[in-house]
Design a protein around this ligand. Sequence first.
Ligand code: SF4
Ligand code: SF4
Length: 358
Amino acid sequence: MLNHSYLLKDLDILKQHLAKFYSMVQIEKDANGEERWTDQSDPDTVGLFGHKHLPSTSPKGFLFAEKEALYKFDGETFESITPQVVPKVLFGVQACDLTAIAYQDKFFKQDPYYQKRRENILLVGIDCESPCTNGFCAEVKAGPHVNDNTADLVVSRLTVNGSNQLAEWLVIAETEKGQNSIKGLPLDKAHKAHFILRNRLLDKMRSEFADYSYINNAIEYLNDNAVPQHLWEEMSVRCLSCSGCTNLCPTCSCYSTYEIAEKQPDNVISETKAVKTETLRVWDSCLFEGFQREASGHNPAQQAAQRVERFWFHKFSDEYLTEFQRYGCVGCGRCEQTCPGTIGVHSVMKRINQECCS
Ligand code: SF4
Ligand code: SF4
């Protein structure tokens, strides 16, 4: 890694260099002051660097599109619709969201629509400098510094003597794609001392997190099937099926498909002409009542309690470790922030602890 590590005075230099080859996706404030991932091809726009800002949205929509056409049917044959993509750089993605992308890479490994976008994305990760509101990445091994093999480039701010005075940015090329992306940039080589400093800053930051040990305690109770049914029922009363949590969760990947018929000209009698259709995919939510309803009308998750239990089981069950090598929660805390019924991750895991410990 030392062979592919460099020093940079100003992160904007890297951003402007990459903007020559990639469409820039970065964190910006919207008109309401909300920080969001935004596709912005103008490199002069002031982006917010992720070491201080975990935006309310994750960048998942740039890989797993919220709505997209999959294929067309003309009455006789199906034709796949290949997504039109341009090379993009996701600049300054935090460790939790990068871990979520690595998770979704596994989930969508056979999905040509996701993969087409993924191949055309350069991931620039950024080490966080202080715990974010509700974030507990360290507890679920998703951060706060970028995990190995989750980004093409990693940038990490090094400070002098623990002060906030900017010294340098350490730039680490983790993949060949990352290394190629910085060709032509005049960069000095980093040394072992810079990695020692990075690790020291990581240790300091880890010590600044609140005590979130109740999360891992609750994970154990969940996997021991020790959570009583009445607790799921109690919590599910507060689920409004708004899908805020599943939309914002960077690892949630539920979707549905539906067909739309092409509008026929008024003078065409529809019985005599095959209807052309387009199949679309949209984000769905396992917390919607109809999500699991089958064609027969049978619904294995008709009760809200079943759906809430299933959601948390998906996030923290040991059953998925073989497939994904980690839990499905990366500790971003967005579900806690958004849930109007206050059954986000902290509320649920605290309640499980309280019930199961007593
Ligand atoms: S955000 Fe809360 S209320 Fe909305 S679907 Fe999720 S759990 Fe239910
Ligand atoms: S379950 Fe909540 S805390 Fe975990 S990754 Fe999803 S939104 Fe973030």
